[in-house]
Structures are given as C-alpha cells and as structure tokens.
Design a protein around this ligand. Structure first.
Ligand code: AMP
Length: 429
C-alpha cells in the first residue's frame, strides 16, 4: 500500500462505480437534450470576489467553506468553485450571451469544493448536475427547470422523493420580513445558540434553517415570509404550482424553506430523499433574478437547480436501482495460441477496432487458458482464435461465448457479424 491516501472528504471512483456514474450522466445528458439545454463548462477556480458578491458574504459557504488561495503574493485571491451558478453567470455576462438570444438554457455536470466536515453524503469535493435558465424566470420557466430535474429522477427510477417549494418574495418583501424576524427573535436572544445569535443581525432568515431541536418551537412560532410577499408575488407562485399540478408533479408548500444563498428570490425549492440519512437534501434551486446585477451586469431574470450526484447515487444504490446495471464487456476477445503470433493478433485487433468493434487482447504474454479465462471474466461476447493454420489460411475460429457455437470464417465475414451484433446491442441501449 502506498503511504499516500486520498485527502479526507475526497474519493476515487473505480470502474464498477464508474459504470453507475456513466448511467446517471447519460440520463442527464439525454434529458437535457430533450428539454433543449446545452452544456456549459466553466473553470474550476475563479476570483474570490465573484463568490463573495455572487453568493453573499453572510452565507456559510463564503464565510467558512471556501478553498481560497493566493497564487503569488501580489496576485488576486482565487477560490475553488463552491457552486456553479456564480461562475455560469459570470461566463454569460463576460460573453454577453443575452445579446445573441434573449433566453439561454444551460446545464452542467461539474465538480465543486467546499471545506465542510466530511460525513456520509457530505464531501469536500463533490459533483452536481444542474441547469441555469438565463433570460426568463416566468412561472413557465420555473416549471421547465423543475420538470427537467424531476424527470431525470423519474427516468432513473428513484422513489421516495419529496419536493418542497416556497416563495421568498422580492428583495423588498424580504427586507421587511428580515426586520420582522429580528423583532420576533430579539426577546429570545439569550435562548438562541451561538450561530443563531450571530445570524440575528447579519441574516436572520438563516435562523429558520437551524437544525437545533431546542429552537424548533421558537422557529415554528416565527412570522412567515409568505405573509410579507406582495399579492403579485403570491399570484406568480400559484401559477408555478398550477404548472406542476398540470404535469402531475407532487410537492409540498413549505413556508419555512428559505435556502442558504442570498441571491434567491420568489420561487425556491428543495428535494429530499427518504433513502438518505442526515444529509437528505438531494437537490434544490430557485429564481435568482438579482444575481446578474449583483455581478455588474444588466437586470436578468434567471432560474436554476443543482442536484448532488454523489447523494443521487447513494439513494439509487440503496433502492437497488443499479442491480440490473450490467456493464457490457468487449464484443470480442482475440485469443492468440502461441506467442509468435502475438504481432498478428495485434494487427487483427487493430483492424477490428478500426471497424468499430470493441476488442480486447492479452498484453501480458499469458497462456491461452489464461486468455480464455480473461475473455469470460470480461464477459466478451465472442472469442476469435489465432493459431498457425488461421494465420496461414486467413480464416479464423469465431466462438460465441454465450451459446458456445463456433464457426470458421474470413476476417471480412467476421467483421460483418460482429458489426451487426454491435449495432443490435447499441439499439437495445
Ligand atoms: P446547494 O448548492 O448547497 O443547494 O446543494 C445542492 C445539492 O448539492 C445538495 O442538495 C446536495 O445534494 C449536494 N451537496 C451540497 N453540498 C455537498 C457536499 N459537501 N457533499 C456532497 N453533496 C453536496
């Protein structure tokens, strides 16, 4: 064993699990293309100020979870991205995307970094898939991203999910509400825990996020943000809910849902999974119309979501959704009978691969028996035998490893058979 270990809060993914990732990723890519979202990739690090402005200085993420570094003493501070929205918005503004078309629908599958205390379902490097719809945040736009997200879960077969949804009103509603919360909590100041007391002045909405059971009753009695939302905000929210009703998407309206990030407004939502433990949030999102302006751009309505891939995979595993996932082996394993024919074997393998047929061949000079064992272990569909007579006649033995049927054919005919099988398999998906 090496003396080096992976950094705490990070993990390696090996082929078996890799197949699960690929399965989920391809469902995301497929759904994105059905909904007309295009992939965006942004750098892993950005200037620290982007996140300070874009996420909000009073949030936990910016306050204590960012991996920040200074490349040189005179250089500007950099931060590994702790979420995607700020970077995507920065990129959209930098490219002036909205001057090309009024609405952009972007999605991503990306690694993020947060200095959190690692535990099950909580890592320091993790992955999210998500979408950002820029240029619109109408009830239809909100419904579009929520439906996209929920349909990914549905195609993956995930059950036991709960979608909670709320409206946060606009900035003005929230300012009035913040004041009301301060007034409500102030008389209880002595009973609050340290972090809630700190939040009281800076960002009292965050007190509602507290998981401290001692505060539960106090929080339950707090004024509701919903009562501070103007009539048009409430009406918009109801239209979002109607869209979801029409799509048959179940939800619970939860007036305590506020989400940690400052830039959310109006609709916010979160999905939890009963298959997960303490860290049961699998994804969430909402409208962030204020972000563009916050970053120095023009007013830009926007709505998005992000889903934690690791948690999604944990939930799927717990629900046995990978049990039938059978990663396919190579189409053919080229078995070389004696070492003098190894070069010829490589040439045949090369030809097969050039013809679009997935091919494996021994690279370690193993015996024929060991090669056959390997072909079975890899679950190859066929074995192609290369012996002296095959080499001389150009006709090779082809064995179907499922039925054990064997034929002797020229390479062209073999390619035709294997190609046909490959096409059939890929059509079966
Ligand atoms: P957030 O950006 O905090 O709203 O997170 C969105 C989703 O990302 C959450 O619902 C989780 O599924 C996932 N997530 C957030 N933080 C972590 C983390 N430290 N480790 C693993 N997944 C995370």
């Amino acid at each position: 064993m090496s003396q080096y270990q992976a950094v705490k809060g990070t993990r390696d993914i090996f082929p078996e699990e890799g197949a699960q990732w690929k399965h989920v990723e391809s469902a995301v890519h497929r759904m994105a293309s059905l909904y007309g979202f295009s992939e965006v990739r942004t750098p892993v690090f950005e200037y620290t100020e982007l996140f300070q402005r874009g996420i909000g200085a009073t949030t936990d993420i910016v306050g204590k979870e960012m991996f920040t570094f200074q490349p040189d003493p005179a250089g500007r501070s950099l931060t590994l991205r702790p979420e995607m929205t700020a970077g995507v918005m920065r990129a959209a503004l930098q490219r002036n995307l909205l001057s090309q078309a009024p609405v952009h629908k972007l999605y991503y599958i990306s690694e993020l970094f947060r200095k959190e205390r690692p535990q099950a379902g909580r890592q320091r490097q993790f992955t999210q898939f998500g979408a950002e719809l820029l240029g619109a945040s109408s009830p239809a736009a909100v419904a579009e991203v929520v439906t996209f997200m929920m349909q990914v879960f549905e195609t993956l077969g995930l059950s036991g999910l709960r979608l909670r949804i709320n409206t946060l009103g606009d900035l003005e509603d929230r300012a009035r509400y913040r004041e009301a919360l301060r007034e409500y909590f102030r008389p209880y100041e002595a009973e609050l825990d340290d972090s809630s007391r700190e939040r009281l002045e800076k960002n009292p909405l965050r007190i509602l996020d507290s998981k401290n059971p001692a505060l539960r009753e106090m929080i339950a009695g707090a004024p509701r943000l919903f009562d501070y939302v103007k009539a048009e905000g409430v009406e918009e929210f109801e239209r979002v809910l109607r869209f979801l009703d029409d799509r048959g998407i179940g939800y619970d309206v939860d007036h305590l849902l506020v989400r940690g990030l400052d830039y959310y407004c109006h609709t916010a939502f979160e999905v939890t999974s009963e298959a997960l433990g303490a860290q049961d949030a699998i994804g969430g999102g909402g409208r962030y119309d204020g972000l563009s302006k916050e970053l120095g751009g023009k007013e830009m309505p926007a709505v998005g979501f992000a889903v934690g891939m690791e948690r999604l995979l944990i939930a799927m595993e717990k629900q046995g959704l990978f049990a039938t996932l059978n990663p396919r082996g190579p189409m053919v394993y080229v078995v070389v009978q004696q070492s003098e024919l190894a070069d010829h074997g490589m040439e045949v393998a090369f030809r097969l691969r050039r013809s679009g047929i997935s091919t494996e061949i021994d690279l370690a000079g193993r015996s024929m028996k060991a090669q056959m064992r390997e072909a079975n272990r890899l679950r190859a569909a066929y074995a192609l035998f290369i012996g002296q007579s095959e080499f001389e006649t150009g006709r090779y033995g082809l064995k179907n490893l499922v039925t054990s049927e064997q034929t002797t054919l020229e390479i062209g005919a073999i390619i035709d058979i294997l190609r046909e099988t490959s096409v059939e398999e890929s059509q079966r998906g």
